[in-house]
Write a protein that binds this ligand. Structure first.
Ligand code: ADP
Ligand code: MG
Length: 336
């Protein structure tokens, strides 16, 4: 989880009492996480139009979740695709989702399968969201259950062809690893051409956009995995950037003294034990920042650093001993 945005209350807040808005902030829940948007409107723009824009941006993210990406909402394309598993004729894909799945496929290849959105059966078996929320307190999945779920995961279980996807029986897509990043790219696109600036946080993924009117840079804090309420350091950014963090402290539960978190290793079926506790990625692309943060966490330090370099992304990783490593691109923006 990243800090760095100072707006904590529900609904809108306005920096000044008059009509002219200096900034407006909105906090809500969306994509299963807390979202906080802070928008610095065009000079002279009034409060109500800035609020309207902020609300419409949130609506776009909601709609991406509800119509396309959610694994759990019946209204979404991914839900419908998962329902179609086992059907021979394939399920038609929207252009948008086909494009996203092709990018995910590439990331699966690049990460030797450490990142894989066909991981749905394992995600569903672990019920990590429910366990982390304390709603589910049952025993761990058994080795047999894990083996069975693993048999339904893997890129061979989903084929993309002629604008259709065919899922084998039992297969299931889960786009939890890239949804927030896609949402950041959607927000950046919606803001294009508008003379506004802002910082948009969706759980562990943040978009900075434009230049703050006071000329100051954006400050994005990186949490210390050992003490998530504290920061390890700060990224000082100007203009448009995406920052995503995947950590073992974000969504997890404890069982017999061991931590079980939501970043699963497709090769073992268990939460990844890669020697890392947190990975932060800095990229111009929301998709890349989000996909890479998950992929590099599962891959571990050396392979993760190499993968981030391949995509020209900044990476900062914290290992089990609390040691921090980062590449040059990240170092250019990081201060402890
Ligand atoms: P968050 O959702 O907390 O921002 P991530 O972006 O790292 O964290 O995504 C984690 C989510 O991705 C999990 O909750 C799960 O839905 C899915 N997932 C878990 N392991 C993998 C994996 N190896 N490859 C792809 N997706 C994964
Ligand atoms: Mg991710």
């Amino acid at each position: 989880m990243l800090l760095g945005i100072l707006c904590g209350c529900e609904g809108f807040r306005n920096a000044d009492a008059g009509q002219r808005a200096e900034k407006v902030s909105l906090t809500d829940v969306c994509m299963g996480t807390v979202v906080s948007f802070t928008l610095y409107p065009e000079n002279g723009s009034d409060k109500s139009s800035a609020e309207l824009l902020t609300r419409s941006l949130l609506q776009e993210v909601r709609s991406l979740e509800e119509t396309t990406l959610s694994r759990k909402l019946e209204t979404s394309e991914v839900y419908q695709i998962n329902q179609s598993a086992g059907e021979k004729q394939g399920h038609p894909l929207s252009v948008q989702l086909e494009d996203l799945l092709l990018r995910c496929q590439q990331m699966t290849k690049d990460s030797d399968g450490a990142f894989d959105v066909t991981i749905g059966p394992l995600v569903a078996l672990w019920r990590m969201d429910e366990r982390a929320a304390g709603e589910e307190k049952g025993k761990l999945p058994s080795a047999e259950e894990i083996k069975a779920a693993m048999a339904s995961c893997g890129s061979s279980k989903a084929s993309l062809q002629d604008g259709k996807i065919t899922l084998q029986a039992g297969a299931m897509l889960d786009l939890g690893s890239v949804g927030k990043g896609e949402a950041l790219d959607l927000l950046a696109k919606a803001l294009e051409g508008q003379e506004v600036a802002g910082v948009f946080s969706l759980g562990g993924s943040i978009l900075t956009y434009g230049d703050k009117p006071d000329g100051m840079p954006w400050k994005v804090g990186i949490a210390n995995p050992a003490h998530p309420e504290k920061t390890l350091g700060t990224l000082t950014l100007t203009g448009q950037w995406c920052v995503s963090t995947s950590g073992d402290y974000e969504r997890y539960f404890m069982f017999e003294g061991e931590r079980y978190h939501h970043l699963l290793d497709p090769a073992t079926g268990y939460p990844a034990r890669s020697g890392l506790r947190g990975v932060t990625i800095l990229s111009e692309s929301g998709f890349l920042s989000d996909a890479l943060s998950t992929a590099c966490f599962v891959l571990g330090k050396e392979k993760g650093m190499a993968l981030a370099e391949k995509w020209q992304a900044g990476i900062l990783a914290v290992d089990d001993e609390g040691e921090i490593v980062m590449n040059e691109k990240m170092r250019a923006f990081f201060s402890p």
